[in-house]
Ligand binder design. Structure first.
Ligand code: PAF
Length: 288
């Protein structure tokens, strides 16, 4: 695996690979890699001939009171995992290269509507930071395929919309969430949990499973709007009782991320909840 820090070197490498007819796969990450990230790299390796993974903790997507400073930086271990996986190039840009005009002055990419609710409501500006950095990275790497995890369901929807609206020549591939044995979705933020919180954390996925089981099995015909609202309230109460501070628990149409209605067939249950200061997110999609 080669490690690249400069845009010029990255562009030369990509040019050379493309001149040999190679398809470029790209996995953008913020590091602290776990099996969920490695699954994205494996998917990219399956779909493409040459895979670039970036590690960059993007300040633009963190709010003022969020965990930018303490976000885990584990580059040595990350490199080992990427080498094991067979990743070809690791791109490690600096903030001065990404935001050449400075963070405040920099051009931003904004996807309206899809970014307003759920994580967007509790993390104002977060998705503008994500779409801006992903656009910059896409322009630098020029991938044929980029792979993102479905754990960040809203992020994936927002990136798909950006790529479509801006006619970006990249195929966005979503990869199913990789889970620990007890069901907890893998996340770099799981490392913030103490032993008790780690045990409790699994209840988030269990609650999502209970909601989707009820959606599929508890209604003689299809659930209607009041049923969705009742299931959301029940789930929030269950999470609170278990020791979470629910941020949101929303049953939505999978394509628009708007509140689900009786007409929707593709449904996603999106959840975010705090354990102490750690914010966990997860989701399950079903077809009714
Ligand atoms: O999902 C992430 O880790 C980040 O939001 C991403 C896509 C790497 C952009 O910084």
């Amino acid at each position: 695996m080669i490690t690249i820090q400069r845009e010029k070197e990255l562009r030369a490498t990509i040019r050379q690979q493309k001149s040999q007819g190679k398809r470029i796969g790209f996995v953008p990450t913020m590091g602290n890699l776990h099996d969920g990230h490695i699954a994205l790299v494996n998917r990219a390796l399956h779909l493409c001939d040459y895979v670039v993974t970036s590690v960059y903790v993007n300040p633009l997507q963190f709010g003022a009171n969020e965990d930018l400073e303490k976000y885990p930086r584990t580059l040595v271990a990350d490199k080992e995992k990427l080498v094991q996986a067979g990743n070809h190039a690791l791109f490690l840009p600096q903030t001065s290269q990404i935001y050449t005009g400075g963070l405040e002055e920099h051009t931003k990419v904004v996807v309206p509507n899809l970014t307003e609710d759920h994580c967007g409501a509790s993390r104002p500006g977060h998705f503008d930071g994500v779409t801006t950095v992903v656009s910059i990275l896409f322009n630098m790497v020029q991938p044929d395929v980029a792979v993102f995890g479905q754990k960040d369901f809203q992020q994936l929807a927002v990136i798909r919309k950006m790529v479509q609206d801006l006619h970006m020549p990249v195929t966005v591939e979503g990869h199913p969430t990789i889970r620990e044995d007890d069901g907890l979705a893998m996340s770099s933020r799981n490392g913030y949990l103490d032993a008790n919180q780690r045990k409790t954390a699994t209840i988030l996925y269990q609650t999502l499973q209970q909601t989707t089981d009820k959606l599929k099995n508890s209604f003689s015909s299809k659930p209607v709007n009041d049923d969705f609202a009742l299931l959301e309230t029940e789930a929030r109460a269950k999470l609170t009782e278990a020791g979470f501070r629910p941020d949101y628990y929303n049953i939505v149409a999978s394509d628009t991320l708007r509140p689900a209605t009786a007409d929707d067939k593709e449904i996603t249950v999106l959840a975010a909840a705090y354990l102490g200061n750690t914010r966990l997110i997860d989701n399950i999609s079903i077809t009714l």
